[in-house]
Every structure is written in C-alpha cells, then in structure tokens.
Design a protein around this ligand. Structure first.
Ligand code: IMP
Ligand code: MG
Length: 185
C-alpha cells in the first residue's frame, strides 16, 4: 500500500525518466538476440522473480525465438545483520523439474545482490542443465554480496527507480519507462 492519494501526488513522485520506452525496447531486442545465440535453438525455461520482473519477462519472452517455457517464483532472503543466514523462503515455487532445463533467470534489478545470490544457490542445487542470469537493471554501487549477472541491460547509479515493473509502495509498476523516484516531492 502506498500513501499516495491523488494523481497529482503520483505524478510529482516521478522525478525524471532514466530509461525511455524506446531504449528499453532496443535493449530487449539485443538481449534476446544474445539469448538466441547462446542457446542456438535449444529449449529454455525463463524464470521470473516476482513481482518486479513481470513486465520485463512479458517483453523478453516475446523477443526470444528459441523454444521457451516460462515459470514464476516468489522468494525472500533472511539476513543476520549483513550476513546471509542461508535461509531463502520460497513463497511460490516453480512447478517445473529444474534438472531438465537450461534456466534463464529474469530479474528486474540487482541491488545488494542478496536475493538473487540466494535464489541462484537454491536453483543450482537442483542441478539445471545450465543457468544464466539476465537483469534489466544493475546497481553495482550498492552491492553487499559478490554477485555478477551474466547480462545486464542497463547499469545505473544509486538512484531509487520506479516503472516498468518496479514499484515504490506497490505503485508505479505500470509506467512504460524507468524513472527516478522523488523522495522529497
Ligand atoms: P537485492 O536483494 O538487494 O539485490 O534486492 C533486490 C530487490 O529489491 C529487487 O528485486 C527489487 O524488488 C528491490 N529493489 C532494489 N532496488 C530497487 C529500486 O531502485 N526500485 C525498486 N525496487 C528496488
Ligand atoms: Mg525483484
């Protein structure tokens, strides 16, 4: 829930566009071509981590041309201070047997890296045929655990961003571009 009560308050929070709709489209086409080349006709399972990656997933899956299945997963990681307790709670799991697939994890943003490093560890333990991580956005300045995606469409500075699936208080996911959120407005 957000405390935004009107369209005026909503619009004021959108400080400036960081990545336009057109730039996203172009980058997705390039990323899809890389994925097509990497798997060379072999079937893949695209796995989106909810909720933030649902928009990216919808566009990316329509740009890849290799046979693909889609899957969704909801996961939360728990930390004792800055150290992972190693506990990832999966609130909604994949329904596929991961050991039969080439996995492509589709994420919205990698910030501290904690969630995705835990999810990757958990999925690797299920012995997929291969595993690749694709993220729409990467914020390496805020990394707390050593984690590098195989493919990042955009690397951004330490801004809090909204739109194209990313939220603040559950709002703004429906913006067709990525914008900086205005904390002060
Ligand atoms: P990490 O575990 O710190 O890498 O956090 C990953 C999750 O935090 C992402 O999947 C997002 O849901 C959320 N997040 C991190 N940075 C932002 C941001 O700038 N805008 C919106 N959500 C964010
Ligand atoms: Mg996410």
């Amino acid at each position: 829930m957000s405390d935004i009560k009107s369209i005026e308050e909503f619009n004021k929070k959108i400080k400036r566009v960081i990545v336009s709709k057109e730039e996203i489209e172009t980058a997705i086409q390039t990323a899809a071509e890389k994925i097509n080349g990497l798997y060379d006709g072999r079937p893949i399972l695209l796995v989106s981590i909810l909720k933030g990656a649902f928009v990216f997933m919808a566009d990316l899956c329509r740009a890849v041309t290799v046979p693909c299945e889609i899957g969704f997963m909801c996961a939360k990681s728990y930390y004792n201070g800055t150290v992972s307790t190693g506990d990832v709670t999966v609130t909604m799991d994949l329904d596929q047997d991961v050991s039969k697939y080439h996995l492509v994890i589709v994420e919205d943003i990698i910030d501290t890296g904690r969630t995705l490093s835990d999810v990757v560890e958990l999925l690797r333990a299920r012995k997929p045929l291969s595993l690749t991580v694709v993220t729409l956005l990467d914020k390496p300045a805020r990394r707390k655990v050593d984690f590098k995606p195989d493919l990042a469409l955009f690397t951004i500075p330490d801004y809090f961003v909204i739109g194209y699936g990313l939220d603040c208080g559950e709002y703004f996911r429906n913006l067709p571009y990525i914008a900086e959120y205005d904390e002060e407005a």
